[in-house]
Design a protein around this ligand. Structure first.
Ligand SMILES: Nc1ncnc2c1ncn2[C@@H]1O[C@H](COP(=O)(O)OP(=O)(O)OP(=O)(O)O)[C@@H](O)[C@H]1O
Ligand SMILES: [Mg+2]
Length: 393
């Protein structure tokens, strides 16, 4: 992960006040990967500028008082709505009483394990955004299917991958971000009455319940959020809407498969910021190869981590004077999957049922099923629960 990417996921914190053990804690938190310590100030009054304008996710306030530091908290509140976590040294149990009524996210009596403090801070920062608290390890993975050329097989790959994952029992969302001409719903045989357009124009903040009201359910259990029905509605699906949508989707799905258009427009850049794995669909033709190379240069300029890019060769078995080895050496990359050209694909598209469902024995479906297995880290639900309960302990 590049610094740029990492920075975006860090929880930004600021320290105010003083108490025994706070300098040590500050040092430990400064070194922690999940946090960015923006700064500190022994007196709230000295910190007004940064509190007001620092885009903080959390303020950690240390106090030597035995009782709840109401004046200090009020002074912080004058500057920022960021959640406040109070830290005090062990004996200050009387402080807890005042805190129950007050506008603070949590109180910690030191000493504490650093991981406990990090968990409390991240929990406070998440609560501010109005979503349930989960650890980063528990968040769903965003797998974006992209190709800089039209017709290379993005939609059939995205829809079959999503259906294959749902069939394996994974809670999966297929998100159609080919905003002008998306056809993921048609390929899945769905006739949705709501789309991403209706979701983004609906009043109120997006949360898990709201998202659930706009997805269409496929018989495999897969949820689909279709593209707008009219191309002109695409422009209302802005970068910030996509960012929020992906944040919410990661809270409630194990995998989010994103179908895209062949362009690096704003919504695509917002998607890349949240993408864990980028599948680039290549073909055995020179124009596609040329465009893939250009796309890789753009991704590098955007500081998109190369480690997250995977290449898939579609229609790999066609004899057209260019072979897989030549494509790999031109791109200086290896293909993680070779997907054959298969009659089962257009047949399934016209029938409105993904080939992995209607024709699982076809060569295409076998390639998709094994691709679906390879893109997921093999973490079971049980392992996730265990990890979460450890984090809460
Ligand atoms: N492996 C394959 N075997 C046979 N046909 C295929 C294969 N992959 C894709 N196709 C066919 O090629 C056509 C284009 O595929 P698809 O719609 O997935 O491309 P796309 O990259 O999403 O295109 P667009 O950029 O227009 O959205 C489809 O009609 C599909 O049936
Ligand atoms: Mg498509």
């Amino acid at each position: 992960m590049t610094d740029h990417q990492h920075e975006q996921q860090k929880t930004r914190i600021y320290f105010t006040g003083q108490c025994e053990g706070l300098p040590e804690l500050r040092e430990a938190l400064s070194a922690h990967d999940d946090l960015e310590v923006v700064g500190w100030s022994d007196h709230v009054a000295q910190a007004t500028g940064v509190l007001a304008g620092g885009h903080l996710d959390c303020v950690v306030h240390g106090t030597r008082m035995e009782t709840f530091p109401a004046t200090e908290v009020a002074a912080i509140r004058e500057q920022t709505r960021a959640p406040i976590v109070i830290v005090a040294s062990g004996g200050a149990t009387a402080l807890l009483e005042g805190a129950l009524e007050a506008d603070v996210a949590d109180v910690l009596l030191l000493p504490q394990l650093v991981e406990n403090v990090v968990f409390t801070i991240r929990k406070a920062a998440h609560a501010k955004r109005g979503v349930p608290t989960v650890t980063r390890a528990q968040l769903g993975r965003v797998v974006t299917v992209f190709s800089p050329k039209g017709g290379t097989g993005k939609t059939v790959t995205a829809s079959n991958l999503a259906a294959a994952l749902a069939k394996q029992g994974k809670k999966t969302l297929l998100l159609d971000l080919d905003l002008q001409f998306g056809d993921a719903a048609i390929v899945m045989g769905l006739e949705p009455d709501k789309t991403i357009y209706d979701l983004v124009v609906a009043p109120g903040e997006l949360d898990i319940e709201k998202l659930a009201g706009y997805t269409a359910k496929h018989t495999t259990g897969l949820d689909v959020l279709p593209a707008p029905l009219r191309p002109e509605d695409a422009e209302l699906v802005t970068e910030s809407k996509i960012t929020r949508l992906l944040e919410v989707a990661r809270e409630c799905y194990e995998t989010i498969i994103v179908d895209t258009s062949p362009f690096f427009h704003g919504p695509m850049l917002a998607t890349l910021d949240r993408t864990d794995e980028l599948l680039i669909i290549c073909g055995l033709d020179v124009p596609t190869l040329k465009n893939v190379k250009l796309a890789l240069q753009t991704l590098e300029l955007l500081s998109f981590p190369a480690s997250r890019i995977k290449f898939v060769l579609n229609r790999a078995n066609t004899k057209v004077g260019l072979n897989k080895r030549e494509v790999e050496s031109a791109l200086r990359a290896t293909m993680i999957a070779e997907v054959p050209s298969d009659r089962a694909v257009p047949v399934s598209v016209n029938r409105g049922t993904p080939a992995v469902i209607s024709d699982p024995g076809s060569d295409f479906s076998k390639a998709m099923t094994s691709l679906a297995k390879s893109i997921l880290p093999p973490e079971s639900k049980k392992a996730q629960r265990k990890r979460l309960s450890l984090a809460r302990a």
